[in-house]
Structure formats: structure tokens, C-alpha cells
Design a binder for this molecule. Structure first.
Ligand code: TXA
Ligand code: MG
Length: 307
């Protein structure tokens, strides 16, 4: 059955579905997520099944208040409070030791939990209406680009979701920054809109580089992500073979090709468009500004299969 499309005025209906154990898609400022209440283990299991997500890839808990965050973590320290006061609500996910009450399926059996307070007003109102944190991975089939509009969610889930809560296009367009506070030194596991420099300024310390071992601790990092079907080439000059029907992402118009502006906000929408028009190849023309954008380069290199 097709999902019901709920508007931002229908928060109570959306909350009622979640409380009944239905999985629904919800908007956030980064990307849309597939949500379930954190203490409903069978509903969380459904999320893994729907997305075809490996069970060893843990989920992010979304909270609406600081006290909700405090109820699912332990050992929070000064660094946690400095960061949340600077960046929440917003696209910063923090990893901390979890309370024993959090079901292990949510964290893929890890004793840490990832959590963030989204800034999208509809997401915040929904979490408050449900009254407990909502776990939500991105609302795409595993391996597909994350959805940044309700239409993208519908593309991946035309008939297997109870509802999609419509919240308009996502203002950021790529997934949150993920920072681990579980070890000795804060470690950046996934770059995002909140940059390494912004975090270092607030913490007044350098972040750990994020070694191969840390990446293993963030199981999602080992899976291929964010990928459209066409192969992606990251180049500093377009090759002569690039013709009128080539799909090109670039900061400046290129004239000869199907050109789309290169930016984080629309990156996944353009990947999906390239799939829809059956582009054979996607060329990404990089300049120094793009190369300096750690989050954008991370998503491009993952999509190109380089990391
Ligand atoms: O912006 C976002 O973060 C979006 C929206 C919906 O909030 N969500 C999202 O979720 O991107 P997901 O599941 O696609 O990515 C979560 C990432 C994965 O790489 C996962 O491995 C990592 O966070 N993660 C979650 N819990 C973790 C933990 N306890 N330790 C280490 N990494 C963790
Ligand atoms: Mg994802």
C-alpha cells in the first residue's frame, strides 16, 4: 500500500502511528529518516528489514530536549555540554556510552549510542509528541543516495511504509557530522555541515584524525554509500570525450554538457536525477573550494568508490 502523506499539521497522527509500532519517514534538516521509538525493539527491527540494512550498523537517536538526551547516555562530561550548547539543535551527532535501558538492536550491540537533536521544527514537535527519542537512519534503501525530499523517500519506498511526514526539501542535504566522545580524544567519524574547525574552536583542542580502527568502531563507514547507479569520476578538467549528453556537476556552468551546480544541498537530488535519466557517467569537476570542503569531498569520494 502507498504510504499516507502527512503534513506538518498532522503531528498527532504521525505520533499515533509511531506509538502503534509503525515505521514512518520523517523530515530533518539534513536528510529524511525512517523513524521508530527507541524503546520499541520490534519496530526498530522493521527499520533494518525495510532498508535492507546490515544489523551491525547502529542507528542515531533523535532527541527534542537535553533531558531526553541525558536519559539515554551515561558518563556525559564537560565536552558534551560545550558541544550541545554550541551546536544543538543541529547537524551534530555525538557518540557516548549508552544507558542499559536502550535496546541493543538500536546500537548494533555496541555499548555506545549516537544521538543528536535535529533542528527541523516538525521533527522536534514529533519527538515531543511521542515522548521518547526516535531512532532514525536515513530513509533510503541501503546503498542508495540519502533522500532530501518526501519524493525521494517515495522513490525508494513506494509501498512499504505506513506514512511519510512531509517537511519540504532538507536545508542541509547531507548527513550530520558524527563525532565520538566515547574514547580518550574526540574523534571525527563522519564529516558534515558542522566542520572539524568549528568543533575544534568550541573544544579548544584538535580532534583525533579518525584512524582505520575508529572507522571500524563506526560500522556504517565500511559500507558503500551515497551512490547513484552511474560511475562517478572526480576530475580537475573535463576530458574531450565529455559531450552534450554527459552529466556534469560543477561550480561553474560548462556549456557543453548536462550541467548541475555542485553543492552539498542538492548533491543527492542530482545523483537521483542522473539515475532517472539513465546517465552513463557522472563527471564532477573539482575546484579548490570544493576540495577544501571535507564533508562534500567525503560524500563524493564515497560515491566514486574511492573510500
Ligand atoms: O543526518 C543524519 O545523521 C541522518 C538523519 C536522519 O538524522 N541520519 C543518518 O543515519 O545519516 P545513518 O544511519 O544513515 O548513519 C548513522 C551513522 C552510521 O555511519 C553509523 O555507523 C554511525 O552513524 N553510528 C551510529 N551509532 C554509532 C555508534 N554507537 N558508534 C559509532 N558509529 C555509530
Ligand atoms: Mg544512511
Amino acid at each position: 500500500m502507498q504510504p499516507i502523506i502527512l503534513s506538518g499539521e498532522q503531528i498527532d497522527e504521525a505520533a499515533a502511528l509511531l506509538k502503534r509500532g509503525e515505521v514512518i519517514a520523517i523530515p530533518t534538516e539534513t536528510v529524511y529518516g525512517l523513524a521508530a521509538p527507541i524503546f520499541n525493539a520490534p519496530a526498530i527491527e522493521k527499520i533494518f528489514f525495510l532498508k535492507n540494512r546490515p544489523l551491525d550498523n547502529p542507528l542515531i537517536a533523535h532527541v527534542a530536549t537535553f533531558s531526553m538526551a541525558e536519559s539515554i547516555i551515561k558518563d556525559r562530561g564537560a565536552l558534551f555540554y560545550r558541544l550541545v550548547h554550541a551546536f544543538w539543535p543541529g547537524p551534530l551527532t555525538l557518540i557516548l556510552p549508552k544507558q542499559d535501558t536502550v535496546p541493543l538492536i538500536a546500537t548494533a550491540r555496541l555499548n555506545t549510542i549516537a544521538l543528536r537533536m535535529p533542528s527541523h521544527p516538525i521533527a522536534l514537535r514529533l519527538i515531543e509528541a511521542v515522548g521518547e527519542p526516535l531512532v532514525a537512519p536515513s530513509a533510503n534503501l541501503s546503498g542508495r543516495p540519502s533522500p532530501t525530499s518526501a519524493a525521494h523517500v517515495l522513490e525508494d519506498f513506494p509501498d512499504r511504509l505506513a506514512a511519510i511526514l512531509e517537511g519540504g526539501p532538507c536545508s542541509i542535504g547531507i548527513e550530520s557530522t558524527v563525532l565520538s566522545l566515547a574514547g580518550e580524544i574526540p574523534t571525527l567519524l563522519r564529516p558534515g555541515a558542522i566542520s572539524r574547525q568549528q568543533i575544534e574552536e568550541v573544544l579548544k583542542m584538535n580532534l583525533a584524525a579518525g584512524s582505520a580502527v575508529d572507522k571500524m568502531l563506526s560500522p556504517g563507514m565500511k559500507y558503500r554509500h551515497y551512490a547513484p547507479k552511474a560511475p562517478i569520476f572526480l576530475v580537475s578538467n573535463l576530458p574531450p570525450s565529455c559531450g552534450t549528453d554527459s552529466f556534469v556537476l560543477s561550480r561553474e556552468p560548462t556549456g557543453i554538457c548536462v550541467y548541475r551546480p555542485l553543492n552539498a544541498k542538492n548533491l543527492y537530488a542530482f545523483f537521483r536525477e542522473a539515475d532517472r535519466i539513465h546517465a552513463d557517467q557522472i563527471w564532477v569537476l573539482l575546484d579548490s573550494a570544493s576540495c577544501a570542503d571535507e564533508a562534500l569531498m567525503n560524500r563524493l569520494r564515497k560515491a566514486a568508490g574511492e573510500i
